[in-house]
Ligand binder design. Structure first.
Ligand code: GLA
Length: 447
């Protein structure tokens, strides 16, 4: 196990701590399910350097997998039952049968992220599937922090998909097809997310960011690995703010951008996603996009929200912001391409400027920031050794990511640790993260 751990997390990682974590998980599995073979799967969380809410608009993103991950230990069963336990008490054990129609549990239930891939697999393969006895291990400090905008739920979906596929000898279990499967599987929870999180969890490489063009083509998706600037590191600054259920807010943004497309089609009938606007003059597009539309106005113009959002849960909103949402996506796509180019040229000043602009656009146009995230991003951006900092992930809480000179980390930690949550006084937490390799099956062990 030691070699595997070193290969995954790097020689500088606290190998002993990881070793202990893996051993504890194996011992807990044996205690729960008895001796026999166990397969070990791992899926990482992700940080997004730039390209927020662009993926479901078929735009560009530049994320990286992080060295915090979820482990799933699993053994096949002879029937179609799934029994899954968690090493954290707050996630009680769950059971379900694999069928093409698995009733979802209440929103937020952790087992939904395992039921989603099980249901989709049952729908997409004609064979009857074997269930599994499984154990999930995502405890701190090695697990992906939950609700922090670091895609912990996608890590769980990916780990569960890998386990179910491998235990059923389904040969889909790698690369773009697995990533595309996992993205679809997560729609089960009702949020109409894009492909970024699952792709990053699967296709990432150590020490690299992952550039993804989220427009599907006949040949799949275009992506490439971009090395991070040397002697720089990624710092995650966690606001500690957790939004209970971002699903409706997220879906509202999806609807607002789709509404933009619907309105733009009157002049540009060929467009299907905001991505198609990259070569169109924004001043002309803007004329077709009202600042806001009320539900009544939509009704009067014969625009059905239902048909705009037939594949996800409809947000219950009275007002829809259109022009600014579209402007964020269009300008953010440009910024992603510009950051990739600037990184290639080693122009870090430009990278930093674009990250600052991205945060401002997320704050003002997409309105996914919070006052605390703004304060954290500002404090980090004021640090002379920070290239750039911005909120990362869906928003409404979670983390700021800073690209910083490696030597500046302690000082940066000290500066941001004085920032506190306005109501509960809790201090923000910062940690360094190393871009990690993508998910996989690590080993099958006989215990
Ligand atoms: C969530 C979604 C992703 C992406 C981000 C915002 O993490 O799962 O698909 O849309 O939000 O960039």
């Amino acid at each position: 196990m030691r070699d595997t751990i070193e290969a995954l997390y790097g020689q500088e990682s606290p190998v002993a701590g990881q070793n202990q974590r893996y051993n504890e998980a194996l011992a807990a599995f044996q205690e729960l399910y008895g001796p026999g073979p166990v397969s070990l799967f791992r899926a990482p969380g992700r940080v997004n350097l730039i390209g927020e809410h662009t993926d479901y608009n078929q735009g560009y993103v530049l994320p990286a997998a992080i060295d915090r991950d979820i482990l799933m230990l699993a053994r096949p069963r002879d029937d179609a039952e799934v029994r899954v336990a968690n090493m954290e008490d707050e996630y009680p054990p769950r059971e379900f049968s694999i069928t093409p129609n698995i009733p979802p549990r209440p929103v937020g239930d952790w087992a939904n992220y395992i039921q989603g891939p099980a249901e989709l697999l049952a729908r997409e393969t004609q064979d009857s599937l074997r269930g599994m006895n499984a154990l999930v291990c995502g405890r701190p400090p090695w697990g992906v922090p939950r609700g922090a905008g670091l895609a912990s739920s996608s890590a769980l979906t990916v780990a569960a998909s890998l386990a179910l596929m491998r235990l059923n000898s389904i040969p889909l279990s790698y690369g773009v097809s697995l990533a595309a499967f996992c993205s679809r599987a997560e729609w089960y929870v009702g949020t109409r997310g894009g492909i970024m999180d699952q792709f990053t969890a699967i296709l990432s490489q150590r020490d690299h960011a992952l550039f993804i063009d989220c427009r599907p083509r006949a040949s799949g998706y275009r992506y490439s690995h971009a090395p991070l600037p040397e002697e720089h590191t990624l710092v995650l600054i966690d606001s500690g703010e957790r939004h209970r259920n971002t699903g409706p807010l997220y879906n509202q943004r999806v609807v607002e951008t789709r509404l933009g497309i619907h309105l733009l089609k009157s002049r540009y009938p060929w467009i299907t996603h905001l991505r198609d606007l990259e070569d169109l003059p924004w001043d002309e597009c803007r004329e077709l996009l009202p600042e806001e539309m009320t539900a009544d106005e939509l009704y009067d113009r014969g625009i059905s929200l239902q048909s705009l959002m037939e594949d996800g849960t409809l947000p219950q909103a009275e007002t829809f912001v259109v022009q600014r949402r579209c402007r964020h996506v269009i300008t953010e796509n440009d910024r992603v391409l510009a950051v990739v180019e600037a990184m290639q040229k080693g122009d870090l000043e430009r990278v930093g400027k674009l990250m600052v602009e991205s945060h401002a656009s997320a704050r003002d146009d997409y309105e996914i920031s919070t006052p605390l995230l703004d304060r954290i991003a500002d404090a980090a951006n004021e640090h002379p050794d920070v290239v750039g900092a911005r909120l990362t992930g869906a928003g409404w809480g979670g983390c700021v990511v800073a690209l910083a000179r490696a030597g500046a980390v302690d000082d940066l930690f000290e500066r941001v640790s004085s920032l506190r949550h306005e109501t509960n006084g809790q201090a923000v937490q910062a940690f360094v993260t190393q871009p990690a390799p993508g998910a996989g099956h690590l080993a099958t062990i006989n215990m």
